[in-house]
Design a protein around this ligand. Structure first.
Ligand code: FDM
Ligand code: MG
Length: 229
């Protein structure tokens, strides 16, 4: 595998998405080590980034310590990505690969799952247009049964059965519509090592396939994503 920076190539942008308890954090950690061992310089980001001032408002909302209108909190989640967009682009351009735990897909899906009649999936997606387009989105799929075996819900907002059921459906819808995204679904209900093995194969193929002499693309509207392919 060719290390980052070699021949002036950019890094790759990889997003990891999935339902709660699919093992996103463990697999992001695995992925990070895998890329480092392959000679890449790597940055890891998770959204929401709760450390910024916007992130602190999001954190307070998620913990139930503040109430916000559905649209307002949605736009804060998006703003939290926009405030990091430039640094992601410049890291990737300078040869660093960036792994992101949750991105625009979670953003659109969780807000649309609230079933607020004035907050459609299309509306929820629109502030994401123009953000860096990932080279690859790994979607960690887990059945409700397997998720239940992995323990109960935490105490944060959205950590309940009704939301999880809707989120599961909406992830499918958003990936069908945003077909420009290279989404690979991984069965994350299996033992950790099996999942990691699949992930290394997918990543190796992705690094070979991506033209790292061309810059990152931008996210487009949901429908144009479907028409393009
Ligand atoms: N979430 C996450 C959103 O509702 N919108 C977003 O844009 C993002 C990135 O926040 F329930 C939700 C998804 C989840 C919660 O995420 C916190 P973590 O990964 O479970 O901490
Ligand atoms: Mg969570």
């Amino acid at each position: 595998m060719v290390a980052n920076g070699a021949r002036g190539e950019r890094g790759v942008l990889i997003v990891v998405e999935g339902l709660d308890r699919a093992g996103k954090s463990s697999q992001c950690e695995y992925l990070r080590n895998f890329l480092v061992q392959s000679g890449h310089s790597v940055k890891y980001i998770r959204f929401p980034d709760r450390t910024t001032s916007i992130g602190k408002q999001i954190d307070s909302y998620l913990r139930g310590q503040s109430q916000l209108d559905d649209h307002s909190i949605h736009l804060l989640f998006s703003a939290n990505r926009w405030e990091l967009a430039q640094s992601i682009e410049s890291d990737v351009a300078s040869g660093t690969s960036v792994i992101i735990d949750r991105y625009s897909y979670s953003g659109a899906v969780y807000s649309a799952a609230k079933a607020n009649p004035s907050l459609s999936l299309e509306w929820a997606w629109s502030p994401e247009i123009g953000l860096p387009q990932p080279d690859l989105c790994l979607f960690l799929q887990i059945s409700p049964e397997e998720a239940a075996k992995r323990g109960g819900f935490g105490g944060e907002r959205y950590e309940n059965e009704t939301m999880q059921v809707r989120v599961r459906e909406l992830f499918k819808t958003v990936f069908d519509l945003q077909r420009r995204a290279d989404v690979r679904t991984v069965d994350a209900g299996r033992p950790l090592q099996e999942v990691s093995q699949d992930i290394s194969n997918i990543i190796t193929a992705c690094i070979t396939r991506v033209d790292r002499t061309s810059p990152l693309q931008k996210l487009t509207s949901l429908s144009s994503g479907a028409m393009d392919s």
